[in-house]
Design a binder for this molecule. Structure first.
Ligand code: NDP
Length: 447
């Protein structure tokens, strides 16, 4: 059977075996579509059913998370942890707390994570987890009680050599603190390496907080460099205003670019003179308020309620909020308005139609699994520091991050060329990640 026919059959089976999980189907399809030529070149992967095995998570946990709100009322959320693939190392991937979380989202993220982690070249497998808990508007006490209940079930399945979660949407340093505190209390072990994204005051790595955003910008910088261009003076828009978005904005500004817009799920801030990062950080990180309050500090800026950030002209667009936030129509508008590069800080933010528009228009397009791999890479550096009971300086850690992003870019770039699609980072990233995992799986036999 030809590689592409085999792939089609595998995809049909994935849809049949995982009904209703549309985001998971989408993520699998996007990867599988690029692997036909790899199967033709490596018949051993087909013979050992490597792709079929890769599409089936190694383990999936769904659990009840009961907790009490501030009025004493009992609430029940649903928790998830999917260990997708451990061929290259212990399960590694973030936890997302958001009302939209269900098994299909966790599986899409875990699947993506497997390839992303392989791309880093570091010894980490792929996983993801979370809960359909909405942290918005909750008090510190409610967040703490929720995290403690979540960890009380999950801790059985974690360990620095088994499964090492981190943050994602709705899970930052505060939540990781509560989760780690409960793990330590139940297990009677100060096992730093069991969670990453910890505060540097108690076992976290410097640069981890910044890493996803900084890494995304480094990747975009490399793409532009490969085209004889750079970030200096470029007008950029960045969706979201969470951890990834804030640090994308910070690094873009450090490298001389101008960020004119950012957003949250309610609206868009347009600040033609350039976003004031200090104001934004104060609002989001300290006061935990909505971005609409930004205009109270910057009179010239506009708040566009329910606006679409992709309507704002830019040369570089960085989607850093959530999956499928940038559709085909938005991609067309971006291209018409002169966008030349897109770097995905979020996971799968561009729909398949949007990706096609970018590739056909020759936009330098960096898929999330390559562009935002700096976060998990720095988590792996945090694990290294924990294992050696060491703490590296900011400068050293950032240098390591930058080298990792440059290496990922080079590997994707060269592999895309090898497979006859120069400049196509989708093909490059999928094939590099897949080959690394596949080689390890072959070595381990049928497990
Ligand atoms: P945060 O929770 O810190 O921020 C998320 C941001 O995205 C908020 O501004 C939020 O707005 C917005 N957002 C979330 N859901 C939606 C939605 N449905 N529609 C519109 N906007 C939305 O999360 P992160 O910054 O950590 O994560 C952002 C993205 O980056 C995610 O896709 C995540 O998977 C990815 N990522 C994160 C990594 C990390 O290290 N944190 C690593 C690699 C990827 P609002 O407050 O209104 O909800």
């Amino acid at each position: 059977m030809r590689g592409s026919d085999r792939i089609e059959q595998i995809y049909r089976d994935v849809v049949r075996r995982n009904p209703g999980e549309t985001e998971f189907h989408q993520a699998v399809k996007e990867v599988l579509e690029t692997l036909g030529p790899v199967l033709d070149k490596h018949p051993e992967y087909a013979e050992h059913k490597i792709i079929e095995r890769l599409c089936e998570p190694e383990r999936q946990l769904i659990f009840r998370v009961p907790w009490q709100d501030d009025r004493g009322e009992v609430q029940i959320a649903r928790g998830f942890r999917v260990g997708f693939n451990s061929a290259l190392g212990p399960y590694k991937g973030g936890l997302r707390f958001h009302p939209s979380v269900y098994l299909g989202i966790v599986k899409f993220l875990g699947f993506e994570q497997t390839f992303k982690n392989a791309l880093t070249g570091l010894p980490i497998g792929g996983a993801k987890g979370g809960a359909d808990f909405d942290p918005k508007g909750k008090s510190d006490g409610e967040i703490m009680r929720f995290c403690q209940s979540f960890m009380t079930t999950l801790y059985h399945y974690l360990g620095e050599y088994t499964d090492v979660p981190a943050g994602d949407i709705g899970v930052g340093t505060r939540e990781i603190g509560y989760l780690f505190g409960q793990y330590k209390r139940i297990t009677n072990r100060y096992e730093s390496g069991v969670l990453t994204g910890k505060s540097p005051q108690w076992g976290g790595s410097l640069v981890r907080r910044e890493a996803t955003g900084y890494g995304t910008v480094y990747f975009v910088e490399e793409m532009l460099k490969a085209r004889g261009d750079g970030l200096e003076g470029k007008t950029c828009t960045v969706s979201g205003s969470g951890n990834v978005a804030l640090h994308v904005i910070e690094k873009l500004q450090q490298l001389g670019a101008k960020v004119v817009a950012c957003s949250d799920s309610n609206g868009v801030i347009y600040d033609e003179q350039g976003v004031d990062l200090q104001v934004l950080k104060q609002l989001k990180e300290v006061e935990r308020r909505r971005i609409r309050h930004y205009v109270e500090h910057r009179g010239a800026a506009q708040y566009l309620e329910n606006g679409c950030i992709w309507d704002i002209p830019c040369q570089v667009a960085l989607p850093c909020a959530t999956q499928n936030e940038l559709d085909e129509a938005s991609a067309r508008r971006l291209v018409e308005n002169g966008c030349i590069a897109v770097g995905e800080g979020a996971n799968m933010p561009t729909t398949p139609g949007g990706v096609r528009v970018f590739l056909n228009a020759g936009v330098a397009y960096a898929p999330g699994k390559a562009a935002n791999a700096g976060g998990v890479a720095t988590s792996a550096l945090e694990m290294q520091q924990n294992a050696s009971r060491d703490a590296w300086t900011f400068e050293y850690t950032e240098r390591r991050l930058r080298e990792i992003m440059q290496n990922i870019h080079r590997d994707c770039f060269e592999t895309a060329k090898e497979f006859g699609s120069p400049g196509n980072y989708v093909i490059g990233a999928n094939i590099v990640g897949f080959r690394r995992v596949a080689q390890a799986m072959l070595a381990f036999g049928v497990i």
